[in-house]
Design a protein around this ligand. Structure first.
Ligand code: GDP
Ligand code: IMO
Ligand code: MG
Length: 423
């Protein structure tokens, strides 16, 4: 049986959590393949809103196994908080939630290093969520990291001490001085590790191989978005993992040939949280309305998200890099009442008009060129079928499909599970 992927095509927060929850009924296994608690995936149903950071978004479905893959980085402290939040729902976590032994751990000193690094960068800061993501992936690729499987061994605390001592020396090296009490952070960390140890650790690549062989269906859940990819994003204003399709192969141990559908998810406009270039960013009342109506505040940090028009140059690039086979358009409802809608279809770049993403999309290099479309007045949030769609929304969708050359199969008209329309 094949593996399907769902990933964000913009700068994250496209609505991945909502759609994974909706799609879980079609799958046996939901597997997160990269990122860590920098992610905030929101799900809404039965009047309750849930925000997940490391735990896959299929966790509320009784029959699905949720797997945290080897490509994910886990902070036991945040993981424990997520588990605490789930306690009230009476889920069988021990059998439904599996963790790869090869996933790396975020240590308290990784978070401190993130803070010291960002504070030292001044204006050039990445705008990191400060969850220790960068330093943890640095230790992974630097071959110093501690993995989930290590905490099953008696010697792991010695390894921990050596690494934490090294991190303390590194923290001192940064120009910006940060205050911390490592004893306190460590007691919280070690207590959370004990909670983590009660969960089920597995050799997840073997598990997924056998699952595929026995005909189980698997959906890989991405975190962040393609423009935050370490290789293909707006470097250095990116995260530290491969958020694009290939990341699912390395982050789960799934062979490339086994991937079938690639679901690419995007907002009907664009948002970004943190620093970095954003050519279609708006500083006017349109951007303000998107932020207000779309409730654009980070699910992890609460920071306001920057808002702007849909950037088709960037979206096409993401569709290409990921090999997207089906698109999902989110938050169309937020654009109701806009008198006009602009879509960036090319850039003016060094005196030329281009329709691909150049090496550098900083403001001084790139000016967006827009195509204007008509807006719609109707409230979409109560609509449950495409038959109810206003003409202008259909025109917007048709325009995007034609430009992107991939069908838009889902249109989301609100945060709730039920506000999901299949085309
Ligand atoms: P993720 O990180 O990709 O899972 O997305 P987030 O959860 O960080 O951000 C998406 C936000 O938009 C959440 O607050 C969702 O509840 C909300 N949302 C998702 N789909 C829709 C939609 O179609 N319309 C509206 N208005 N909100 C949506
Ligand atoms: P989800 O999965 C939006 C952004 C941060 C920052 C940059 C690097 O909810 O879509 P990091 O903490 O990785 O060092 O931050 O990436 N960022 C996200 N933005 N959604 C996310 O995840 C993000 N995860 C990281 O704001 O600009
Ligand atoms: Mg999010």
């Amino acid at each position: 049986m094949a593996v399907d992927l769902l990933l964000g095509l913009q700068w994250g927060d496209e609505g991945k959590g909502k759609i994974v929850d909706v799609l879980t009924q079609n799958y046996d296994i939901i597997a997160r393949f990269q990122g860590g608690p920098n992610a905030g995936h929101t799900l809404e149903f039965d009047g309750i809103k849930h925000v997940l950071h490391t735990i896959p978004s299929g966790i509320f479905h009784e029959n699905a196994i949720n797997l945290v893959g080897n490509g994910v980085v886990i902070d036991p402290v945040i993981f424990k908080k997520e588990l605490d939040n789930l306690k009230q729902f009476d889920l069988d976590i021990k059998s439904k939630l599996l963790i790869s032994r090869k996933a790396h751990l975020i240590l308290p000193t990784h978070r401190l290093l993130d803070a010291a690094s960002e504070a030292s960068k001044g204006k050039a800061k990445i705008g990191s969520t400060l969850k220790g993501i960068g330093p943890t992936y640095m230790d992974k690729t630097g071959r110093n990291g501690i993995r989930v499987g290590d905490i099953e061994l008696s010697s792991w605390k010695e390894k921990y001490r050596a690494l934490a001592n090294k991190h303390e020396a590194m923290i001192d090296f940064y120009a910006a001085k940060i205050e911390y009490d490592l004893n306190e952070l460590e007691s919280e960390f070690f207590a959370a590790v004990e909670v983590l140890k009660e969960l089920t650790f597995i050799d997840s690549e073997e598990y997924l191989y056998q699952a595929q062989k026995s005909g189980k269906s698997i959906l890989a859940e991405g975190a962040q978005g393609s423009l935050l990819d370490i290789d293909f994003g707006t470097y250095p204003y990116v995260t530290s993992s491969n958020t694009t399709a290939a990341g699912a192969c390395t982050g789960l141990g799934v062979a490339p040939g086994k991937i079938k559908e690639v679901f690419g998810i995007f907002k009907a406009y664009a948002t970004r949280v943190g620093s970095g270039p954003f050519p279609t960013e708006l500083f006017d009342s349109y951007g303000e309305t998107m932020g207000r109506v779309g409730n654009e505040f980070g699910a992890t940090t609460g920071r306001p998200r920057r808002c702007g028009w849909l950037d088709l140059v960037a979206l096409k690039y993401a569709v290409q890099v990921n090999g997207v086979t089906q698109l999902m358009m989110m938050k169309g409802d937020v654009l109701s009442g806009f008198d006009k809608l602009k879509v960036c279809t090319s850039y003016s770049y060094k005196g030329e008009q281009i329709d691909h993403l150049p090496f550098n999309i900083e403001e001084e290099n790139v000016t967006p060129i827009y195509t204007e479309l008509n807006g719609w007045k109707e409230d979409l949030t109560k609509m449950r079928s495409t038959d109810e769609f206003p003409k202008e929304l259909n025109e917007y969708i048709d325009f995007l499909e034609k430009e992107l050359e991939v069908p838009i199969k889902i249109v989301s008209v609100g945060p709730d599970r039920t506000q999901t329309i299949h085309r």
